[in-house]
Design a protein around this ligand. Structure first.
Ligand code: NDP
Ligand code: 8X3
Length: 257
């Protein structure tokens, strides 16, 4: 309650659902993303509905200078961040490695790995100064097992897995919690982005079973922040009932029209 929660990728999916849930529970929010119209709309809605303070910040996490300058220029009272949720990320393309597109690869590496590092590097000094805080990195089941056509996306999420473990060790002496949350399939804009805007194909990813929703994932993100100060969830894998891991799903056959 009454904490400052910094959420990257708040214009859609998990980030947006988490923003709503944290606001509903009386927390103040720093919300980031590239789509300014969506950020402003969400900020105004949460301020009106929950009477919390919201600071929308529009920048691309791939851009180190823009990320650093924007976070540095926060007013002092907004630098007292309690929870950083490194959520911004994407998959771009779903091809065999030999057919991969270099622009897709760069986008995923620069967002999912470098973007998470850019934001963390800017925010961690604020947490160290206050000798407390909680960093939540959104990994994936793709960071636990690599799957067909997942290659570079899986590599970026394996990197998030390694960075999260290492962050936990590096920040141990500063009393800062680090939690990695690894969701399986959840119906957000993720597949639409991965499949370059192909709506029909994106829908088929979630056919034949009940996937998780953004709200399901937000619930678990929120839960990890409610534990007593001496407890830390280090690594958490979550999937819908129909999914065991990256490989095994229980899907009903899809009727062809
Ligand atoms: P969405 O596409 O719905 O949301 C992605 C968010 O990331 C958007 O708010 C987008 O904002 C932001 N984002 C993407 N690129 C950048 C960038 N370069 N700079 C700043 N913000 C950026 O997807 P999800 O909510 O599903 O995904 C959130 C995270 O969860 C990602 O890291 C994803 O890899 C991970 N994940 C998703 C799963 C799923 O099945 N949905 C499962 C496991 C993990 P904007 O475009 O406005 O910049
Ligand atoms: C997103 C889940 O299974 O598409 O990280 O990789 S999956």
């Amino acid at each position: 309650m009454d904490k400052i929660i910094f959420i990257t990728g708040a214009t859609s999916g998990f980030g947006k659902a988490a923003a709503k849930l944290f606001a509903q529970n009386g927390n103040h929010l720093i919300l980031t993303g590239r789509r300014k119209d969506r950020l402003d709309r969400l900020a105004n809605k949460l301020i009106d509905k929950y009477s919390v303070r919201v600071m929308p910040l529009c920048f691309d996490v791939q851009d180190y200078k823009a990320t650093t300058d924007t976070i540095q220029s926060l007013p002092e009272n907004w630098k007292k961040i309690d929870v950083l949720i490194n959520n911004a990320g994407l998959a771009s393309g779903l091809n065999k490695i030999q057919d991969g597109d270099i622009d897709d690869w760069n986008k995923m590496i620069d967002t999912n790995i470098k973007g998470l590092l850019h934001v963390s590097k800017a925010v961690i000094p604020f947490l160290i100064k206050r000798k407390k805080g909680h960093i939540i990195n959104i990994g994936s089941t793709a960071g636990k097992e690599a799957y067909l056509n997942g290659n570079v996306y899986c590599a970026t999420k394996h990197a998030v897995d390694a960075i999260s473990k290492s962050m936990r060790i590096d920040l141990l002496e500063h009393g800062i919690k680090v939690t990695q949350i690894c969701p399986g399939a959840a119906e957000t804009e993720f597949s639409l982005v991965r499949l370059h805007g192909d709506k029909e194909k994106a829908k088929t990813v979630y056919q034949g079973y009940q996937p998780m929703s953004a709200e399901d994932v937000a619930q678990v993100i929120y839960y990890t922040t409610t534990l007593p100060s001496h407890l830390c969830i280090n690594d958490l894998v979550m999937t819908s009932l129909a999914q065991a891991n990256s490989f095994y799903y229980h899907k009903k056959p899809i009727k062809k029209r």
